[in-house]
Unconditional design. Structure first.
Length: 291
């Protein structure tokens, strides 16, 4: 009898599309996934102190990838990859999920995507599929800007848009992966269509085309909760002061921690003018088969 080839599913998680929540749910609930013949790769996630597989992107991109995090050595990444390879080959599950925001943010050239395909297909011994989660561009931009400011960015949203403008076309992003993986092997999901109360469940059902009575993950605490508009304005002003980076970080963390404990119903971040919103939505084309 011919042995079944494993299928590796890449979760190309754009920031602010529930990626961290899905990664956390998958990582913490291997028994739920196993019931559906799925394994979420465990090896290497500890390097970045979260639940993603960013080390794989760094290795695949070579010297350019190493610049993503200069605190990590190639030896650390290669050791993580060796452990990941062993885990994938030994896993009894036929479906392996690998997830990273860096697939969307840093693997933007055809040769980079081709290298990822070569590495993860293991010389053709594994099938490869990709799942991309996309979000309304206005909500996405406001949310990304708020997160950047929360992390220390002090520029206006217009400056951020200039920096990321070339990446803000979802059809182009998806088509790059289809060109390498094959159109039938890339699924595009709309973030707004995912069930916010059971995002990991809904994501897995749609990624694997499971029936509605699919997996049920236990509830997880919200990851990367959005700060109110006024808090982001305060953080931006704080980031422009002459305090030390450590002092600014301490203040941001203290206020973020306090706000995380309360749902105050305050205005969500919205830094775009009506004209800018229209331009963004006109600029961004969506793949026709997004679900």
């Amino acid at each position: 009898m011919t042995e079944l080839r494993k299928t590796i599913h890449l979760h190309i998680g754009l920031p602010k599309t529930g990626t961290s929540a899905i990664q956390k749910a998958f990582y913490e609930n291997p028994s739920v996934l196993s019931g559906f013949d799925v394994r979420y790769l465990q090896a290497g996630t500890q390097i970045f102190h979260d639940f993603g597989h960013h080390f794989i992107v760094m290795l695949c991109l070579g010297e350019e990838g190493m610049r993503i995090d200069s605190t990590l050595s190639r030896k650390q990444l290669e050791e993580a990859w060796a452990a990941a390879h062993e885990e994938i080959m030994a896993a009894p599950e036929q479906n392996i999920f690998i997830s990273s925001e860096l697939f969307a943010l840093d693997a933007t050239q055809p040769d980079q995507i081709s290298q990822i395909h070569r590495v993860l297909s293991f010389n053709g011994s594994c099938n490869l599929k990709a799942v991309v989660t996309l979000r309304d561009l206005v909500s996405f931009t406001n949310s990304v800007y708020a997160q950047r400011v929360r992390d220390g960015y002090d520029g206006d949203i217009g400056e951020l848009l200039e920096f990321i403008w070339d990446s803000l076309n979802w059809k182009t992003l998806v088509d790059r992966w289809k060109a390498v993986f094959g159109e039938q092997n890339v699924t595009a999901l709309r973030f707004e269509a995912l069930d916010r109360n059971a995002m990991a469940d809904d994501f897995l059902r749609k990624a694997l085309h499971l029936p509605p009575d699919g997996p049920m993950f236990p509830p997880v605490s919200q990851v990367n909760r959005s700060m109110p508009h006024s808090a982001i304005e305060f953080f931006r002003d704080l980031n422009r002061t002459f305090l030390t980076d450590q002092q600014k970080l301490a203040i941001r963390n203290q206020l973020s921690s306090a706000l995380d404990q309360h749902n105050l119903g305050m205005k969500r971040p919205d830094f775009l003018s009506p004209e800018a919103k229209s331009i963004l939505r006109y600029h961004c084309k969506w793949p026709d088969d997004c679900i």
